[in-house]
Ligand binder design. Structure first.
Ligand SMILES: *Cc1c(COP(=O)(O)O)cnc(C)c1O
Ligand code: SF4
Length: 345
């Protein structure tokens, strides 16, 4: 019988890694009911002054899993994980060049929630939902309500695939596509069987922020795909990866090629030490680095920007600290280009 979800005591349970009591809370769907949405609650938990938070931005409020919050350092107002999620007054600065659709996604929509920008792969915006709201997110202003790819649009996807023979990869994105049920993912995989698609890719932050999401049902669903599966997770700082997350990543690696992408963020991971630590920590669980993105010029995120000059110098240091396969590709997305644009150093 399902036990009642007890969110109030949830972080006590997480902190003590308690076995028995925690079982009531291990289903990922139950964990999602326990997201922290009140800056006051987060700051209290971290023993920080409540005055640190900005009044809630209604369009993109605070949202974070208790698992992610439990990895933040108590009493540290500059904690790199906290800075990724806490709304602060700097977001309201209007900075020229920062807009609501920096990547021209609204023009690139080839159908409902379907982005076909690059020759061989299409990206589906499956949902607007995420378990965490990252303050730098380039899709924070995306019109999800009108633009998500729903099951009823599936016929148009199949028609698009039939008329685009160069496409051999479908990318599930969002929001976070792993907010969908395993049954929905199985359904998608079943439908892709009738197409030319060879690679299914999933871009998700859930295995990092809510490792319980990597459950047997998901592993089985991925296993049911005949082609290759690639899961691109998203972590920016080595402290995001605790043992439980590492375990989830290792499990994912039994079914998919697992890669990580990060965003270069001021005062979060703009140091060679942090970035090399991230690559090494992830590799400990079988995950290789993919992209390190320069921030997209999205309104509200200008305070996270790192200059290209600093980014290049970080990459130079990284390449002396790490073997080549642990050095991510520094890149940015430029609207209208036929691929991500690599930044050489
Ligand atoms: C980033 C992106 C991709 C994937 O690009 P890769 O270089 O293959 O990782 C595909 N489609 C869209 C619309 C994208 O924004
Ligand atoms: S889409 Fe990804 S980066 Fe954006 S808020 Fe959701 S989890 Fe964070």
């Amino acid at each position: 019988m399902p036990l009642e979800v007890d969110c109030k005591n949830a972080h006590i349970i997480i902190d003590s890694q308690a076995g028995f009591e925690a079982q009531a809370l291990t289903r990922w769907q139950d964990r999602l009911k326990c997201l922290i949405r009140e800056p006051r609650e987060l700051l209290q938990y971290l023993q920080l002054p409540e005055s640190m938070a900005d009044p809630l931005p209604a369009d993109f409020p605070l949202r974070v899993t208790r698992e992610f919050a439990s990895r933040m350092r108590k009493g540290d107002h500059r904690d790199p994980l906290l800075r990724q999620v806490l709304p602060i007054a700097d977001e309201r600065l209007e900075v020229s060049g920062y807009g609501i659709d920096p990547l021209g996604e609204r023009q690139a929509l080839a159908g409902q929630g379907l982005l076909h920008k690059y020759r061989s792969r299409i990206l589906l915006v499956m949902t607007g939902a995420c378990a965490i709201h990252c303050r730098y997110c380039f899709r924070r202003h995306f019109p999800y309500a009108e633009q998500k790819h729903l099951p009823q649009h599936w016929d148009s996807l199949l028609a698009h695939l039939a008329s685009s023979p160069a496409v051999n990869e479908v990318i599930l994105s969002g929001g976070d596509p792993l907010m969908l049920s395993n049954e929905s993912i199985r359904q998608i995989i079943r439908d892709l069987r009738q197409t030319q698609v060879k690679t299914l890719r999933i871009h998700t932050r859930l295995p990092v922020v809510l490792p319980q999401r990597v459950d047997q049902g998901l592993l089985d669903a991925l296993h049911s795909f005949d082609g290759r599966c690639v899961v691109v997770v998203h972590a920016n700082h080595p402290r995001e990866i605790d043992a439980e997350t590492g375990n989830a990543l290792r499990h994912l690696g039994t079914r998919a090629t697992v890669l990580n992408q990060s965003v270069l963020l001021r005062e979060i991971n703009d140091s060679a030490e942090v970035l090399s630590g991230l690559s090494e920590t992830l590799f400990g669980y079988g995950v290789l680095p993919y992209y390190l993105f320069q921030l997209d010029a999205v309104a509200g995120a200008a305070h996270f920007q790192v200059t290209d000059e600093v980014a290049r110098s970080l990459m130079q240091q990284l390449s002396t600290l790490l073997p080549g396969y642990l050095v991510p590709r520094l890149a940015r997305e430029i609207a209208g280009e036929p691929s991500k644009t690599l930044i050489s150093f």
